[in-house]
Design a binder for this molecule. Sequence first.
Ligand SMILES: *[C@@H]1O[C@H](CO)[C@@H](O)[C@H](O)[C@H]1NC(C)=O
Ligand SMILES: *[C@@H]1O[C@H](CO)[C@@H](O)[C@H](O)[C@H]1NC(C)=O
Ligand SMILES: *[C@@H]1O[C@H](CO)[C@@H](O)[C@H](O)[C@H]1NC(C)=O
Ligand SMILES: *[C@@H]1O[C@H](CO)[C@@H](O)[C@H](O)[C@H]1NC(C)=O
Ligand SMILES: *[C@@H]1O[C@H](CO)[C@@H](O)[C@H](O)[C@H]1NC(C)=O
Ligand SMILES: *[C@@H]1O[C@H](CO)[C@@H](O)[C@H](O)[C@H]1NC(C)=O
Ligand SMILES: *[C@@H]1O[C@H](CO)[C@@H](O)[C@H](O)[C@H]1NC(C)=O
Ligand SMILES: *[C@@H]1O[C@H](CO)[C@@H](O)[C@H](O)[C@H]1NC(C)=O
Ligand SMILES: *[C@@H]1O[C@H](CO)[C@@H](O)[C@H](O)[C@H]1NC(C)=O
Length: 570
Amino acid sequence: MSNLGSLLLCSFSLFVAAGAFKAPSLPLREPLVPVRRGETAPNQALFFDMPLDHFGNATGMYKNRYWINDTYYKPGGPIFLFDSGEQDAEPLLPYYLQEYHGLSATMRLAKRYNGVAILWEHRYYGDSLPFPANENTTAEQWQFLTTDQALEDVVYFAKRFSLPSAGPGPFDNASGPSSEVRNNPLHPSNTPWIWLGGSYPGVRGALLRVRNPETIFAVWASSAPVHAQIDMAAYYKAAERSLKRNCSADWVAVTRFVDATLANGTATQAVDLKVKLLRAREDGVTREQAANTSDVDAAEILMDPLDFYQYYGFKDSVLPFCNVVETQNFTALPTETGLAASFGIDVALNAFLAGIKQVNYAAIPGTEPARGRAFSWMWQYCSEYGFYERGDPNDPLSIETSFRSLELYQEQCNMAFPQGLPSAPAVEHVNKYGGWNMTPSNVLFTNGEFDPWRTMGLASIESNSPQRTPSVAIPACNVAPTFPSFFGLTHDNMVHVSDLRVLLTPDANHTEFKTVGFYSPISQEPFYAGLGLFQLALDDWLPCFSAAKLGVSTSHRVEGTSFKELTMAL
Ligand SMILES: *[C@@H]1O[C@H](CO)[C@@H](O)[C@H](O)[C@H]1NC(C)=O
Ligand SMILES: *[C@@H]1O[C@H](CO)[C@@H](O)[C@H](O)[C@H]1NC(C)=O
Ligand SMILES: *[C@@H]1O[C@H](CO)[C@@H](O)[C@H](O)[C@H]1NC(C)=O
Ligand SMILES: *[C@@H]1O[C@H](CO)[C@@H](O)[C@H](O)[C@H]1NC(C)=O
Ligand SMILES: *[C@@H]1O[C@H](CO)[C@@H](O)[C@H](O)[C@H]1NC(C)=O
Ligand SMILES: *[C@@H]1O[C@H](CO)[C@@H](O)[C@H](O)[C@H]1NC(C)=O
Ligand SMILES: *[C@@H]1O[C@H](CO)[C@@H](O)[C@H](O)[C@H]1NC(C)=O
Ligand SMILES: *[C@@H]1O[C@H](CO)[C@@H](O)[C@H](O)[C@H]1NC(C)=O
Ligand SMILES: *[C@@H]1O[C@H](CO)[C@@H](O)[C@H](O)[C@H]1NC(C)=O
């Protein structure tokens, strides 16, 4: 994945400096273009004193950043926490907590249910840094970046959060804000905490509902790869499935040819080919530079057209490329079986490289690397998640170079973190919550039909997955749907987090992926389908929270309207 790829790739300058190949990447997330200061309502970040180590003996605290928007809040309303996951959360603020560019699901829900909206930043990202997260971070420092520590952060926070505007209330306690106070009206035993997250944050929501159902009452997990697996050759299956036959045949043929030439050709043949490959991306690359480029870096250029697949899907990101290739840049009619079969590999290779040059994937904006994030997420996948998007030479439809092997991923991990890593990612730290087999209650799982990450989610159709079936029938509150069914919706033709992304007002400037980079294009349909279904579920589930409260203890009961009434308010 070299471009969305190079997001992560570029940032690993330590490898380049070391003369080594660049790291393969895991593009889970799109960067947002920051909104200029002064264009949005002021919303000061807040900082929460967080213990560094929730489980061990290490002492120390750090400041964890978050933001709130209580514009719509009325006492008794729920909390909607939008988790930003593995990135600096600040650029998300105007989009997700302020609707700078149109609707956000979090703010729509806050409005409908009179709730408080929170944007939460994950430890080791943005300004929520126990330690600087960079190439100098030590194993002793990285050890506190684990799934469980980061989940416990939110549990710890939820039990101590109160609105700054409320001031020190009657629930406050001389021991200070960091102690848990159960008669705080916003404590999760008094107020439902509802989680929204897409991608890794969706995973976190689902895990929390298994791990801490007493703290997180309901979850919308969008495109959540809840099953951690080291070998993720499946990543490109979605793209492979959506390719037309001729383009698929050529992609496979060209990939095989490049792999074979670089592996088994003469040195001259290999360098000649590298020159061609590199010049498809950038004019004027010298022979020396080409000779200096590793096989994987050169072969990965064939995957450039896939960099945007996760966010734009086939039609917008890959089809334009295939059209250039199959028509040889619009100079000939496409054939049914493809160019390699009809005219030979040289014609196919040249057309393929012309396609990369013509679409100019490298010029697409919005691909600035985020340094800290790259290291932190790399630590997370090297230590726990795996998701090594390797090329599988045994897959006859593989369009990924086999130079991207499991061994290469592991080498990259070991090189970046010479100490502190297990010998292979400890996926059991994630899968102990159920993985593909999890059956949490009060969770909506949405997916995109062609999202590469669907393969690791509950809607996976991979042969080694349980192949569960989503159902839009709303399960009873606090009752797990019966396996293999789960409460969810798979959006036709959609890709990664198509629904929970910010909804931009469609306009001429925000429809072409080549001009807007990662900034926007989103269909309104999945947004409203996902939001609508989650609202229907909350309408059912929230009264159950109030009812449970009534049964438990009246003294902790929240004053004011019931959720049923709040629901009617809109
Ligand atoms: C924490 O303290 C306990 C009890 O003193 C000890 O058994 C354990 O090994 C310590 N854990 C770490 C990580 O130091
Ligand atoms: C809260 O959200 C509303 C609606 O999205 C927005 O207009 C407002 O600017 C936000 N306020 C703050 C302080 O972020
Ligand atoms: C890491 O340490 C090296 C050597 O001390 C230093 O030159 C470099 O600036 C440090 N990097 C960061 C991001 O602090
Ligand atoms: C105040 O907090 C302390 C420490 O957590 C606790 O022991 C005590 O019971 C609390 N007092 C009240 C009135 O909540
Ligand atoms: C290189 O040649 C060897 C021996 O014939 C073969 O096993 C291997 O698959 C070839 N490599 C590639 C990438 O084609
Ligand atoms: C190629 O690599 C060598 C050895 O690492 C280095 O000295 C040289 O500057 C590199 N050349 C280019 C053009 O990058
Ligand atoms: C061949 O390629 C063209 C251009 O991408 C496409 O429109 C057509 O559907 C393809 N035909 C087959 C049989 O794959
Ligand atoms: C493709 O065709 C266009 C229009 O004729 C031309 O401007 C462009 O240079 C061609 N691209 C390549 C990579 O050959
Ligand atoms: C945005 O769209 C308008 C027309 O709707 C156009 O005039 C303007 O040039 C576009 N801006 C950019 C940066 O493309």
